[in-house]
Design a protein around this ligand. Structure first.
Ligand code: G6P
Length: 362
């Protein structure tokens, strides 16, 4: 439907796509529910997940970052070991495979050449493959044994936003259904929790001024910016850094809080912005310790925490969602901060220099 890809009243596709995320969540829940409202995945895919002794997630860019979070979902809920690999590395540097691997290709476009190369290789080796994509009939979808769709609608902006959160939601559903089929109780109601996520997303997309203020204050003149977090917050930080560099051309890097002292802290200067995520109870104190370390060296910290874990020093407090699902909402401030940083710096938000939406060459 052509009207699906109109910008409407939005100045940029990226902003429109950020705003669509609550709707996409609801669409995904609907599409993956059976008649009774329970989550459902094609039974052949569930069988393949059950048979696998190890899962290999292969992806590039933002989809790779979704894979890192997906590993947490699958390992914690379904208790199957998962490795996550960058597609352009995997082909040349293949790890020792387990006896019964299942490959999951995550690709918004379903056309990324680096990922396709790996798919061709593993199919030649006779291994099963599942593609998680936004584009039905895409190359990776056609060539894999199984497909799960994101139902995110066309994503036009080069910087991926709604596809990332859709990938996370579908991976969570896959993890939950696999867990149940393997006889593991999932101690929370994922349908309900994803509904809470959708509402939380709405409250964030309604708070745009807060993120525009952060972008103005922290990112108008800087040449670099760091994102820190621990556990899944670290992975979201990687995605936040990618968003910021893609569209604002600010040199941005994501780091694990504990790793800072092993090198990166040398880069901290007077005024260096450090965006810290604090959504996980068990590392709340340690990430705040890392913030103190960088602040003592002159950094300008911006803490984004989750309700229940906040302190007076925090710049923004996220609405509470299930602790495993925080990446679905903590990424939204980072998307919006990047958007406004790029806007304030007069960058071409939807079509950043040197980048393509889907990279169909090696
Ligand atoms: C390109 C895009 C990125 C995207 C990556 C993977 O580099 O610029 O935004 O994350 O490809 O794309 P895919 O379609 O495979 O998810």
């Amino acid at each position: 439907d052509a009207s699906d890809i109109e910008k409407g009243t939005y100045p940029h596709y990226m902003l429109k796509e950020i705003d669509e995320q609550p709707l996409v969540m609801r669409k995904i829940i609907q599409n993956y529910q059976d008649g009774e409202g329970a989550l459902e995945i094609d039974s052949d895919i569930v069988k393949a997940m059950k048979k696998a002794d190890r899962i290999y997630i292969i992806a590039a860019g933002t989809s790779y970052h979704a894979g890192l979070v997906g590993k947490q979902f699958i390992e914690r809920m379904a208790k199957v070991p998962v490795e996550v690999h960058i597609s352009s590395e995997f082909g040349y540097n293949m790890p020792l495979l387990s006896e019964k691997p299942l490959f999951i290709f995550i690709s918004q476009s379903g056309e990324t050449a680096d990922s396709r190369q790996v798919l061709v290789q593993v199919k030649e080796m006779g291994h099963p493959a599942l593609t998680i994509t936004n584009v039905p009939g895409s190359t990776l979808s056609r060539e894999a044994d199984y497909t799960l769709l994101l139902h995110a609608g066309p994503e036009i902006a080069v910087a991926s936003t709604k596809a990332y959160t859709a990938q996370l939601a579908v991976l969570a559903i896959l993890a939950e259904v696999t867990a149940k089929s393997r006889g593991f109780a999932v101690e929370f109601d994922l349908v309900k929790e994803l509904g809470i996520v959708a509402s939380a997303m709405e409250s964030l997309t309604d708070s745009k001024e807060a993120f525009e203020d952060i972008a103005r204050e922290f990112l108008t003149v800087t040449r670099n910016c760091f994102f820190i977090g621990r556990g899944i917050d670290f992975y979201v930080g990687l995605e936040g850094a990618l968003k910021l560099k893609e569209i604002s051309y600010i040199q941005a890097e994501g780091f694990a809080g504990g790793e800072l002292k092993h090198g990166t802290i040398a880069l901290i200067e007077q005024g260096t912005p450090v965006i810290a995520l604090a959504t996980q109870d068990f590392v709340n104190l340690s990430i705040r310790g890392n913030v103190k370390e960088v602040a003592a060296r002159g950094a300008n910290p911006c803490i984004i925490s989750m309700k229940g874990l906040e302190t007076d020093e925090d710049r923004f407090v996220l609405p509470e969602v299930h602790h495993l699902l925080t990446p679905l909402i903590s990424v939204i401030p980072l998307q919006l901060i990047s958007y406004y940083a790029a806007l304030h710096r007069d960058c071409d938000v939807d079509k950043p220099r040197n980048l393509a939406k889907s990279v169909t060459v090696e």
